[in-house]
Design a protein around this ligand. Structure first.
Ligand SMILES: NC(=O)c1ccc[n+]([C@@H]2O[C@H](COP(=O)([O-])OP(=O)(O)OC[C@H]3O[C@@H](n4cnc5c(N)ncnc54)[C@H](O)[C@@H]3O)[C@@H](O)[C@H]2O)c1
Ligand SMILES: [Fe+2]
Length: 383
């Protein structure tokens, strides 16, 4: 069996690393950039940290800043039209997962116009051409969209979030600079950090995990467990660690998949507009408990990463309990909601949520098989 691993061509890390962008653009021969971002990042001056560098280097560019969280199909289609009118030859994504994912969809459709309806990109789309080249600059320590082969778009009309998996979309260059993330409010750092922790834990235990992906996920769990709380409180060294940790998680999960936490989080985003990381944070510990029996020795490593001292020697069932409790305790201490009621769900939504989660692309990677009834029961237990 052939195991495939795909990563960025080039990636830079560290506070201030966005300074490399003008020289990278010149070295690669690009003449005009199309910047995909959102209005909050324009208003707070985050996008300007990059565009000022472009101004100083006399790089021609245009900005598309209409992306909204849980980006809808319409954001992609409007972005495609603006890109086509711009004459640009490179995309620069500045943002959290929403602008980065929109940017990927724009780059894919410009290069593969037969997918301009956007919906047909769901799952593994048969695109023929690589995306317009993308330089990705994350502003949250969460999704790792800058190094994944995935993007997530919302179909507002059908109340669905759908995941697109396509090696053609991977950014050629990622610039992971924690100073781009420093303006994020605490609640956003918590939510996006819990998304990253979910990637690391789901990726570590997903059905397709293997030795090379384990390497990234275990390291990511260690980094995130040790830095998320301090990063949320504004510690710059911890923020640097989170920027790295979320990226390392992405290097793993992008290649092997996720599980039912993401499968169940996507409908919560589509139905109620719940921030992706908040939804993951509610689901992670309960779903870890649901999956525990199918995870071999892996929860022992997770418990160790969370500082449970006798995890290496305790009976495996105790180690599993310790891992679940450690994640639950962190989530609680960070102040993330713990019920789906808090994000707007009620009993009457459960059947539709469960059906959507059952059909989600991520659900197939879960280590324990779950029926629609199992999923409904899990949602119900979180009301
Ligand atoms: N492509 C992937 O592999 C992947 C993986 C996981 C999640 N996702 C998707 O990514 C999206 C979530 O992305 P996200 O959690 O990064 O949030 P986001 O991009 O949706 O941003 C949320 C809000 O935070 C603001 N924000 C972002 N960075 C900021 C900063 N530095 N300072 C101040 N405000 C800032 C944004 O303007 C926005 O209002 C969801 O749609 C999710 O499904 C994609
Ligand atoms: Fe995620």
């Amino acid at each position: 069996m052939a195991q495939r691993m795909i990563w960025n061509q080039t990636a830079y890390f560290g506070a201030g690393s966005i300074s490399v962008i003008p020289e990278e653009l010149a070295r690669r021969g690009f003449t005009k950039a199309f910047v995909v971002t959102d209005q909050v990042l324009v208003d707070t001056g985050v996008a300007a940290k990059v565009t000022t560098l472009l101004d100083d280097a006399n790089v021609d560019y245009e900005i598309y800043a209409d992306v909204v969280p849980n980006p809808p199909i319409e954001n992609v289609q409007a972005g495609v039209a603006c890109f086509q009118a711009s004459g640009a030859d490179v995309l620069i994504a500045i943002g959290g997962g929403s602008p980065q994912d929109t940017c990927k969809a724009i780059g894919i459709i410009v290069a593969n116009p037969e997918f301009s309806d956007v919906r047909s990109l769901e799952g593994v789309a048969d695109t023929r051409n690589p995306s317009i080249p993308i330089i990705a600059v994350p502003t949250t320590a969460g999704t790792a969209s800058e190094t994944t082969i995935n993007y997530v778009i919302t179909d507002v009309e059908r109340k669905r979030k759908f995941v697109c998996v396509d090696p053609h979309d991977i950014p050629i260059l990622a610039v992971v600079d924690s100073e781009m993330m420093s303006t994020a409010p605490r609640s956003l750092k918590v939510a996006t950090g819990l998304d990253a922790l979910t990637h690391a834990i789901e990726g570590y235990t997903t059905a397709g995990a293997w030795e090379l992906s384990d390497l990234f996920h275990l390291k990511a769990i260690q980094i995130i467990a040790g830095s998320l709380a301090a990063a949320a409180d504004g510690n710059p060294a911890a923020a640097d660690r989170m920027a790295l940790g979320q990226y390392v998680a992405g290097m793993g999960y992008s290649n092997v998949g996720l599980g039912l936490v993401h499968g169940m989080a996507h409908p919560l985003g589509a139905f109620f507009g719940a921030p992706h990381g908040v939804a993951n944070g509610i689901l992670l510990a309960p779903l870890m408990a649901f999956n525990a029996a199918e995870t071999g020795e892996k929860y022992r490593d997770i418990a160790s990463a969370f500082g449970v001292e006798d995890a290496p020697t305790m009976p495996i069932n105790d180690a599993r309990t310790a891992a679940v409790e450690a994640v639950a305790a962190l989530t609680l201490s960070l102040g993330n909601p713990t019920t789906i009621t808090e994000i707007g769900a009620s009993e009457s939504d459960i059947d539709a949520l469960a059906q959507a989660a059952f059909e989600d692309v991520c659900t197939g990677g879960n280590p324990r098989t779950a029926t629609v009834e199992d999923i409904a029961g899990l949602y119900r237990s979180l009301l």
